[in-house]
Ligand binder design. Structure first.
Ligand SMILES: [Zn+2]
Length: 311
């Protein structure tokens, strides 16, 4: 009897140990998934503007910011699960918005742990060539948003190329390809990251601007998930991004892109009160309607021919 009890306890203990091990492994995998999407921060944030408060941040504060962004990533990623394409309502146009982050050789992406958010530059070249050869008309964000607001059609096969976060590889690899095929692209810039180790400098942003091929979109100051935080914090992130981008590009900024695709009704209200006329989410879908002009759809593009995305 005693022996049977002992064996039962041994089996239970073994089972508990196995379950604990799998729980730990699954948690680690989950964390790794979140951190792979995390933007790179530099110890010091470049800032030349008098209105810019980024330079007031010490390296310690920047590290705190880094941790906050890491945590926000988890919140935003879980919030994303419930985000679905809005139904067609109001005035709608079928305009695909392609979503890119890093564009660099795949070997470099793997070495840096950025493969999940990276498109190989050779693939990007073929994708841009495909747009050109198949009669696509690459437009900027205000063209789409103004067409929806004024309820006017766009030329057939209108499409947007969007490149998020202002990574340095977008300047090194994507920009020459955009020039080669004369493709218009929209750059979503988190201004506080500019000049960081992995991010473009303001000078590089100016060079892209001078090509006449780029439109710049507010993506907050610190790549902040604006569905969370106080009114003051959200306002600071939106306004600082807008002011710095306007100052450095000379372009007016009234279009927004949600970092991590994270938005809320509160965030949308603040954006509208700040004069923003449209915003991009990460909800997939080709249909864009004036009824959801503050959460327009975008489609993640990876290392595959554009024809495989329905284009
Ligand atoms: Zn982003």
């Amino acid at each position: 009897m005693k022996k049977t009890n002992l064996r039962a306890w041994q089996v239970l203990f073994l089972l508990a140990a196995v379950l604990t091990y799998f729980a730990l492994v699954s948690n680690r995998t989950q964390n790794a998934k979140f951190s792979s999407n995390q933007p790179t921060f530099s110890p010091t944030l470049a800032c030349t503007s008098s209105i810019c408060k980024a330079s007031l941040f010490s390296a310690r504060q920047t590290n705190a910011l880094k941790t906050v962004v890491k945590n926000k990533e988890k919140i935003a990623s879980s919030a994303l699960i419930s985000q679905k394409a809005e139904p067609a309502a109001g005035y709608c146009l079928s305009v695909p918005v392609l979503l890119y982050h890093h564009i660099q050789p795949q070997s470099e992406a793997i070495r840096k742990g950025q493969a999940s958010l990276s498109v190989d530059n050779g693939f990007f070249d073929r994708q841009m060539q495909y747009l050109l050869e198949n009669g696509y008309n690459t437009i900027n964000a205000p063209t789409l948003i103004n067409a929806l607001l004024s309820r006017t059609p766009l030329p057939p096969k209108s499409i947007l190329v969007t490149i998020d976060d202002g990574y340095k590889d977008a300047f090194i690899y994507a920009f020459p390809i955009l020039q080669k095929y004369h493709i218009t692209a929209n750059f979503m810039i988190a201004t506080g990251l500019t000049g960081g180790e992995d991010n473009m400098s303001w000078d590089q942003i100016s060079q892209i601007k001078q090509s006449g091929l780029a439109y710049f979109v507010d993506h907050t100051w610190s790549h902040y998930a604006i569905s969370h935080g106080t009114f003051d914090k959200i306002q600071y992130e939106i306004q600082t991004g807008k002011k710095q981008l306007e100052e450095h590009t000379g372009q007016s900024v009234n279009i927004f892109t949600y970092p991590y695709g994270s938005f809320s009704n509160n965030a949308i209200e603040i954006l509208k009160n700040d004069g923003f006329i449209g915003a991009f989410s990460t909800i997939p879908g080709f249909l864009q309607c004036d009824s959801f002009i503050m959460t327009l759809h975008r489609n993640h593009i990876g290392n595959a021919p554009l024809s495989s995305y329905g284009l």
